[in-house]
Ligand binder design. Structure first.
Ligand SMILES: NC(=O)c1ccc[n+]([C@@H]2O[C@H](COP(=O)([O-])OP(=O)(O)OC[C@H]3O[C@@H](n4cnc5c(N)ncnc54)[C@H](OP(=O)(O)O)[C@@H]3O)[C@@H](O)[C@H]2O)c1
Length: 284
């Protein structure tokens, strides 16, 4: 019998813990935690995600602040604003909303965030530490995948894990996170030859391609754990990358879309925010 993961339940537990911890810190007289999100241009899907994140921040006692730039803004203008947020004592966390326009260097923008305020764990400092096995602030989506696997008691040591995504936000940090737990990891992408040959071998399959219907029952080993990270808005609602109804007949554990990885990612964002806020106020 397949286990369908309820991401909202896992997220609810994390959010409750974060809320209680923030409330305790505030009772000690520390200032209200504040996270600033830098957004460049407009994007429907990222707006949707940002609204959800801001709402979740308010629910646990974090003040969300938005810093919005027009699409044609220069990297220097964006980095200049991030530098101001870095030195603003009332702002504890700084986040950049993706996607960035093509002319804006993601590396330059992310690198300009003070690592102590890096809620998403994407600065070279935090990613470099991750590679060295020192897990400081872990990127939210890979952390959400890990939390789900831990919640479902999925053994990672020695497991064959296949990730379909090699972006710096999802696939690459998740690869390292799972290697740190002694899994055998294969990372696939658009240039991978014969995707099915790889996915069929996976004890744990994590898909984040943003291509609805990419993974069918033919791609999945009997009893495998299937984590669907993909989110695509279609005329039939929000869809993942996995053909849920057919893959759930083969998988042992599966996450739905919506209601799977998404809510846990938001909760992990709040957990990272709590960690950063605590470090900041307790060090003052
Ligand atoms: N649930 C959540 O919390 C959450 C969080 C973040 C992102 N997402 C979703 O996850 C998806 C990926 O996000 P992202 O920001 O990482 O996007 P991205 O940068 O576009 O990455 C997509 C990855 O999938 C690969 N890919 C695309 N089509 C493929 C195919 N047909 N076969 C094999 N590999 C393929 C791409 O390979 P190439 O680079 O070679 O093209 C790339 O590595 C999106 O749907 C996004 O909405 C969800």
């Amino acid at each position: 019998m397949v286990k369908v993961v309820d991401g909202k339940v896992i997220a609810g537990e994390i959010k409750q813990r974060v809320k209680e911890n923030i409330s305790e810190l505030m009772k000690k007289g520390y200032e209200e935690p504040c996270v600033a999100t830098v957004k460049v241009g407009e994007n429907k899907e990222s707006n949707l995600f940002l609204n959800l994140k801001d709402k979740a921040c308010v629910e646990v006692g974090v003040k969300p602040l938005r810093v919005e730039f027009p699409l044609d803004s220069s990297v220097d203008e964006i980095v200049g604003e991030i530098n101001k947020l870095n030195s603003d004592e009332g702002v504890h966390g700084v986040v950049v909303q993706f996607p960035l326009p093509k002319h804006v260097s993601m590396h330059r923008v992310i690198s300009s965030i003070n690592q102590a305020k890096d809620v998403e764990g994407l600065t070279p400092y935090n990613l470099g530490n991750l590679v060295m096995g020192e897990e400081r602030t872990i990127p939210c989506t890979p952390l959400a995948v890990l939390k789900i696997l831990e919640h479902e008691n999925v053994k990672l040591e020695g497991a064959n894990v296949v990730i379909v995504n090699h972006s710096p936000v999802v696939g690459k940090p998740l690869d390292v996170l799972l290697l740190n737990r002694d899994a055998t990891v294969t990372v696939c992408h658009v240039y991978t030859k014969d995707l099915k040959r790889h996915t069929k071998n996976a004890d744990v399959l994590v898909v984040a391609a943003g291509v609805p219907g990419l993974i069918t029952s033919e791609h999945v080993k009997e009893g495998a754990t299937v984590i669907d990270v993909g989110i695509t808005k279609t005329s039939n609602g929000v869809k993942g990358d996995v053909v849920f109804d057919e893959v759930k007949k083969v998988a042992g554990i599966i996450t739905p879309v919506p209601g799977g990885v998404g809510p846990v990612t938001v909760a992990c964002f709040l957990e990272n925010m709590l960690k950063i806020y605590r470090n900041c106020v307790e060090e003052k």
